[in-house]
Ligand binder design. Structure first.
Ligand code: ATP
Ligand code: MG
Length: 331
């Protein structure tokens, strides 16, 4: 079960294709680590946790590490391995994420070499946010080396990392150290299943879809705030620091992109603003073509401006766009 809000648990729903992809990785293993990026709250962690279960059922020894909350799950048959990881995390209250990764890497080496484990999965949630981009580059390279030059032979390794950090994909993408796949908010059909499971009185499915674009985290925030989307919009305005200075400086362009987000990819769009929008995680820039193979789970629609999805650029959710719209209206 997943915690949808403090008082509601909802089982993992849908992501059918995303789950099939995991079965595929389980069967074939990986040649390079995989980095999955996507809008904040689109369901990356939920998918990664579900993946851990599937890999375990398929005979993998699984290490799942949530660097943000410094939590881990070790589905590994050797107690010593589990103990080492829990000791590291318990050792010092503020043990750094880097130390955890160091220990994880040495544990994986042991799993291959000393314990002769044949199928190993390492799933790391929020790697870039936790250890920073510079260090993350080094660790991704180290993980690639483990796959390419293992300390002993193994059958299959699966290494998946997630990030909602806007710029990480370009940093890693410069090298051939990892495959990088995007994941989107839930599909219309999948989201409807989630919507049905939310208790209590609620706005119509159409309305919730239009305002969240299928983002489960935004949906849970709405639920918590009794579906008062104005509150959420105010929260985004604060969190993304949509200050008067920022708004006034870029007003002309912001007014254009709340109508059509694809303008961000036009050549005369100001580079500084484009960078700000990406770094503040307001938009996803340079969306991959909607070729199904390039995406984890279903890609977003080709272009659907109602939910803020352009062909090349998208708002993380329609609520992000509404926050900008609201900030533009304030005198
Ligand atoms: N497939 C799903 N079925 C049921 N609930 C889901 C599903 N995907 C996500 N959720 C719920 O939606 C919320 C947000 O999901 P999650 O934390 O996985 O997103 P995320 O992309 O990892 O977010 P962040 O960018 O903040 O790390 C959680 O409460 C989670 O339980
Ligand atoms: Mg997450």
């Amino acid at each position: 079960m997943l915690r949808f809000s403090p008082d509601v648990e909802i089982e993992f729903v849908d992501r059918e294709k995303g789950i099939r992809q995991i079965y595929d990785f389980a069967e074939r293993g990986m040649r390079t680590p995989l980095i999955v990026f996507g809008p904040e709250g689109c369901g990356k962690s939920a998918w990664l946790r579900q993946s851990a279960e599937i890999l375990r059922e398929n005979g993998y020894e699984v290490l799942y590490i949530d660097l943000f909350y410094k939590e881990f799950t070790a589905m590994v048959n050797i107690k010593e391995v589990i103990n080492r990881l829990s000791q590291t995390i318990a050792e010092v209250a503020d043990v750094s994420a880097i130390k955890i990764i160091d220990v994880v890497i040495s544990i994986v080496i042991d799993m291959i070499k000393r314990y002769k484990m044949r199928k190993i999965a390492v799933l790391i949630d929020e790697i870039f946010q936790a250890i920073g981009l510079d260090k993350a580059e080094t660790y991704v390279k180290t993980l690639l080396n483990l796959i390419e030059y293992p300390p002993a032979s193994y059958e299959n390794i699966v290494i998946i990392m997630t990030t909602s950090e806007g710029v990480s994909r370009w940093r890693i993408g410069r090298h051939r150290w990892a495959d990088i796949s995007p994941m989107w908010n839930m599909s219309r059909e999948g989201f409807e299943i989630l919507y049905m499971k939310i208790p209590g009185e609620k706005p119509s499915y159409e309305e919730v879809w239009r305002i969240t674009g299928g983002n489960p985290f935004m949906t849970s925030l709405l639920y918590l705030n009794r579906w008062d989307h104005k509150k959420i919009i105010e929260k985004i305005i604060r969190e993304k620091a949509l200050s008067r200075d920022f708004i006034n400086k870029w007003r002309r362009w912001l007014e254009i992109i709340i109508k059509d987000i694809d303008f961000v990819s036009e050549t005369d769009f100001p580079e500084d603003l484009r960078r700000e929008l990406i770094e503040r995680n307001l938009i996803i820039y340079d969306l991959y073509p909607r070729n199904k193979d390039l995406w984890i789970d279903d890609p977003p629609p080709e272009k659907d401006l109602e939910i803020g999805v352009g062909r090349y650029v998208a708002w993380q959710t329609p609520l992000h766009r509404e926050a900008v719209r609201k900030a533009l209206e304030s005198p």
